[in-house]
Write a protein that binds this ligand. Structure first.
Ligand code: PBG
Length: 325
């Protein structure tokens, strides 16, 4: 009790504050997203996400060289193909942009860089939904095999980890079985287990050209008010064979991250999504906030809530801030 206890004693000095710091962000926590496009020497800036560009494979290799230098050791690849179709068949092609990207990155960086791929059809379908349609609805069971084949094609190309983000029921089990049968029992699955139908994905859909052409994703992604349901989603994915589980988005769902951390012993990831990034960049540019400090505070809160891996577009900014402090 006061005056014996004075909380301010440990706050007076910077070194002391640092010594009693409970949560430390580390470059090794971060996974850096890349948007791959066809062609060469292509670098298309994404208007709503300053600092983020769609990259051709040669440019993605250069980007990985740069981020490795900064201490980022993992990337997640999204494909933005020129050609799309009803069923997203392009997503399975051996010469697809993601498959080529995996090969280029693994050849160049070997085990120094973990290459993760997003497994979802929305970037590859003409309608922009995450699965195969049947009468304007996404047909859950018909989509499973397509996703499993997509994951297999990534494994064939040498990917380190596959990350299904579609939110179909049963996809983790379907992908696990398919990978095992295809000879890839050692490829881990990072499941977007609790993924909400969120307005925070807006800028990503520009970056990945993956907005649904009709309707929305509420028929398969989770309803934002629900947290207990997220525990069920995660539990099912764990039973189906997920190796790492993820909560997405991160900031409006810190309570879900905390619950998941307390309840499950698997490694836990969180996706600091495009809208969370874009809001900070836009308001910093408008002079409303200190972008670097807000960024560090946000990322630290995600880690404090219990996520040990963070997918974020801020990787290079974090490296700059940590390098100068
Ligand atoms: C693909 C996918 C999305 C994101 C990651 N994978 C978009 C969506 O579900 O609409 C969003 C990532 C972000 O906003 O940064 N399904």
């Amino acid at each position: 009790m006061f005056p014996n206890t004075r909380m301010r004693r440990l706050r007076e000095n910077g070194v002391l504050r640092d010594m009693v710091c409970e949560t430390r962000l580390d470059m090794r926590d971060l996974i850096h997203p890349l948007f791959l496009v066809e062609g060469e020497k292509v670098e298309n800036p994404v208007a709503s996400m300053p600092g983020v560009s769609q990259l051709s494979i040669d440019r993605a290799v250069a980007e990985c060289e740069a981020v490795l230098e900064m201490g980022i050791r993992a990337v997640i690849l999204f494909g933005v193909p020129r050609e799309k179709d009803e069923k997203g068949a392009v997503a399975l092609r051996e010469d697809g942009v993601v498959q080529q990207g995996i090969r280029a990155l693994k050849t160049r960086f070997r085990d120094d860089l973990m290459v993760i791929t997003d497994v979802c059809l929305c970037e590859f379908t003409t309608h922009g939904h995450c699965g195969i349609l049947c009468c304007d609805r996404v047909d859950n069971d018909a989509t499973l095999l397509q996703l499993a084949r997509m994951a297999e094609s990534h494994a064939q190309a040498g990917v380190d980890v596959v990350a299904p983000s579609d939110m179909m029921d049963g996809r983790i089990g379907a992908i696990r079985r398919h990978l095992d049968e295809a000879g890839f029992p050692r490829t881990p699955i990072l499941s977007y287990a609790a993924k909400y139908a969120s307005a925070f994905y807006g800028p990503f859909r520009d970056a990945a050209d993956s907005a649904p052409k009709f309707g929305d994703r509420r028929g398969y992604q989770m309803n934002p008010p629900n947290a207990r349901e997220a525990m069920r989603e995660i539990e099912l994915d764990v039973e189906e064979g997920a190796d790492i589980v993820m909560v997405k988005p991160a900031l409006a769902y810190l309570d879900v991250i905390r619950r998941a951390r307390d309840r499950f012993d698997l490694p836990l990831a969180a996706y600091n999504v495009s809208g969370e990034y874009a809001m900070v960049k836009a308001s910093a540019k408008a002079g409303v906030i200190d972008g670097d400090r807000v960024m560090m505070e946000m990322l630290t809160s995600i880690k404090r809530a219990g996520a040990q891996l963070i997918l974020t577009y801020f990787g290079k900014d974090v490296a700059r801030v940590m390098g100068s402090s």
